[in-house]
Design a protein around this ligand. Structure first.
Ligand code: G3P
Length: 215
């Protein structure tokens, strides 16, 4: 199981890396908009820090535009993966970029059918957004389970799942239990995973008791 940082912030990425929690990075236009500087430079800095895949999203929505932008982004570094929205034009672009040896991630996946189409188009990764499904009273984790079953039962589909839109530590635990390939986690959730009140109480108690003996 790989854990990626769902962020375009270099400091957050460095902190996650120190804890072994940066097997890769996913960015998107909303995450990049929170940072200062030119997108190309931000992505270059991330690629210098992280040896694993760094996912960068195209803005174009037409086939030619997606292919052109994807090739440009791929020049930034060998570990760039091109994120492409789940639309027909995007699926056509996935095939062309794959033929050129460029890895792709079909993003904004909200149904099992979309995941199948992306996998058949040759996507290296699919990116289902579970939190956004939960937001509209659907069951995001259930969808992840279905997509995982489809990929496990059809090993000819050579596509990895990147579970995205992870909002809580429970999402992380449930996805790990399911055996989802990759979890992309925001740094807030990474911090939440670390905390437990009983750990703090235990440390305090041990420190108090340690005052009673000599080393
Ligand atoms: O990688 C993109 C995805 O994680 C977005 O998350 O919280 O904006 O739905 P969110």
């Amino acid at each position: 199981m790989d854990i990626y940082v769902d962020s375009a912030n270099i400091e957050e990425i460095k902190k996650a890396k120190e804890l072994g929690l940066a097997d890769g990075v996913t960015t998107n236009p909303s995450l990049l908009a929170k940072e200062n500087g030119r997108v190309t430079e931000i992505l270059k800095d991330i690629c210098k820090e992280i040896s694993g895949p760094v996912h960068a999203e195209v803005l174009s929505l037409d086939f030619e535009g997606i292919v052109k932008e994807g090739k440009e982004l791929a020049k930034i570094s060998d570990n760039i993966v091109i994120k492409i929205p789940m639309i027909k034009e995007g699926l056509k672009a996935v095939r062309i970029l794959k033929a050129e040896g460029i890895d792709t991630n079909v993003t904004l996946i909200f149904s099992a059918g979309q995941a199948i189409l992306a996998a058949k188009a040759g996507a290296t990764y699919v990116c289902p957004f579970l939190g956004r499904l939960d937001d509209i009273s659907n069951d995001g984790l259930e969808l992840l389970g279905v997509i995982r079953s489809i990929f496990v039962n059809n090993p000819d589909l050579d596509t990895r799942i990147v579970a995205a839109s992870i909002r809580t530590p429970i999402h992380v635990v449930e996805l790990s239990t399911m055996g989802v390939d990759i979890l992309t986690v925001p740094s807030k959730v990474l911090s939440q995973l670390e905390k437990h009140p009983l750990t703090d109480i235990g440390i305090e108690q041990f420190a108090k008791d340690a005052e009673k003996f000599k080393l």
